[in-house]
Design a protein around this ligand. Sequence first.
Ligand SMILES: [Ca+2]
Ligand SMILES: [Ca+2]
Ligand SMILES: [Ca+2]
Ligand SMILES: [Ca+2]
Length: 713
Amino acid sequence: MHLKRWIFVLAAVALGLGAMNVVWAELPSVRFDRIQPLGLGVGTSLEVEVIGRDTEEVNALRFDHPGLSAELLKPGRFKVKAESNVPAGTYDVRLVGKYGVSNPRILSVTVGLTDVAEKEPNNEPDQAQAVELNSAINGSSDGNGQDIYKFHLKKGQRVTIDCQAMKLGSQLDANLILSSGSGQSLASSGDYHGRDPFIDFAAPEEADYFATVHDLIYRGGLPYRLVISTLPEVENVFPRAVQAGQTVNITAYGRNLKEGGGTSVPLQLEEFTFPLTVPSDLGKQRQFAFIEHPSDHSVAPTASTFMLNGYQLRVPVGAGALHPASMLVTDLPVVLDTEPNDERTQPQKLTLPAVVSGRFDKLRDADWFELDVPESAAGDYVFEVYSERIGGQSDPYLGLYDDKGTSVGEMDDFGPRANAFDAHIRDPYGSFSLQGKRKYYVVVQDRYSRGGPRYQYVLSIRKPVPDFDVAAIHSENPGPSGVNVWAGGAVFMDVIIHRHQGFSGQVVLTAEGLPPGVHAAATSLFNNDRTTFVFWADENAPVGVAPVKIIGTATIDRQPLKREVRPYTRVWTDANPGSSLPMRELVVGVREKAPYLVKLQPDRVNVEAGKEVQLKVQISRYWPEFKDKITLIPLSFPGPIQMPTVEIPAGSNEGTVKFTVQNGTRPGDYTVSVLGQAQVPFNKDPMAKDKPNTLVSSPSVPVTITVTEPPKK
Ligand SMILES: [Ca+2]
Ligand SMILES: [Ca+2]
Ligand SMILES: [Ca+2]
Ligand SMILES: [Ca+2]
């Protein structure tokens, strides 16, 4: 056991992942696995079923919009209502019960669509379920079967068929087929919006048409929401980068964008141009405000927008076109990709710094740019291409050449990945020092030479701006979880920082909006890009649920730079890595009492690099039957700070831990926590005689170590 633990600790240190490899069987924590149906129309209500683990006394649902509410009908069933003021979009829903607040699941709220419940049997064309146009069908996949829907189109009428599954958190890998009454296949789709299929179709003649849905490998019981519509629908917009505070003309490309609907055979994207005023406060805030949880970028849910500053735009056609577009917001003027620029000898000239909204219009499109660097503009530049982050389909690469045509740099994929949190993206990123009075050439191209309306990108070339993006995700492994602190106890989240080039300083995390009796320490990251953020609660903290913000603050040019931590959740239990999605809010629950809490004294210490320090351990044991030993291991330790495992013997509430700070450690504040692990007798039924031992991991209240330089000899 000891050996194993040591191997774990050493491996974790070696990987620099700290706590991120902890796997444990824990006390119950409510987990939300499925909501069904996956959506409803605005101004309506609908009965939903919720399924999860540790769902005792789940009597309430929590939404991230005040216009959404739920009434308990019976255990596992609620009546959900969407007030007419709820904007169309996807929303986070959470279970609230005896074992805290759960991870979110996604609920879609739509405008202009009629909700239809799937009716079985519908496996054969002659059993096809007849639906009107502009329906949202709430269905569920059949094991070894399929679901067929029938709808009527006039000659030339254009329809979009959008099977939403992964987008709404379902594990269905849907396949969609459109066929005629004679059974002839007219169109099919597998992965279009991420993993979800999509068909754009115009009827060659007035007739009934048939849409068939099944899982790729015929798994049953997986929910989907099939939208069959003639409403305006947007494929993309151009430009995709906009300057904060400016009004620009945006052209949307899509279907049924014209009054009275499209009648486009053969199928071409229609255009709709409109003025857009970009809010000025979006320029430098480093957030991505979404209307629908981003899913276009990948066949798995990932944290692709973690390093994107921007928002989603609902194109103003009709009541708002389906499918919002992800926009990058910048503080610089935006230049448009201007063809022809396919050769190095025919480049588009840019003035530095530059933000270019680009597109690979055609197969094998290459976009060449010329940088004429005056002496005054020489220096380090960050080159960055955005495609995955804005939901673009391309896998761009960036090549940099000098004035003799010699390759001097190539940029490629980047971004952090930590268990389910996956922000490693195919967008290129890197830096290069440009000399003055010289010309350079940049080429941006899709790695597979693909082109077309979906292959958009944004190129940014600018001097390094000290900045950072920061995200937090619940720490429980391997499944999705809420963030719950037991009264008297503690819980932690994993924090991931991406430092922009030009910034290596300290970031201090603090919490806002904590529920009564809940605390968090100012948590300093210095040389590390991962840490944990600990919440702990007083013994008498009232049970409840509250939205909490974690703010990261750095000091840059003597000014505070604040960045709100972007909250993330794991989506699926069995997918790792690549199963993380942003949430609109971080919610912290307080529930009934913890078995124990670990505190270290004092909670701030100064240590000279190369020296060690001892801290007192104080254990509070709250459950009378919990007497066993507690093992303490390092939780969020940066490499140069070390601590041997400590055991607090059974029945004891005191001990000491020793932190060693290596020679040469960069002076600054490092906040660390130790992880207590103990076998605690527990049974969900408090009257039960048999209480099996359960491993309970609990972070300590954090300690900030100020590392100082040794005195000069
Ligand atoms: Ca079905
Ligand atoms: Ca069926
Ligand atoms: Ca181009
Ligand atoms: Ca080109």
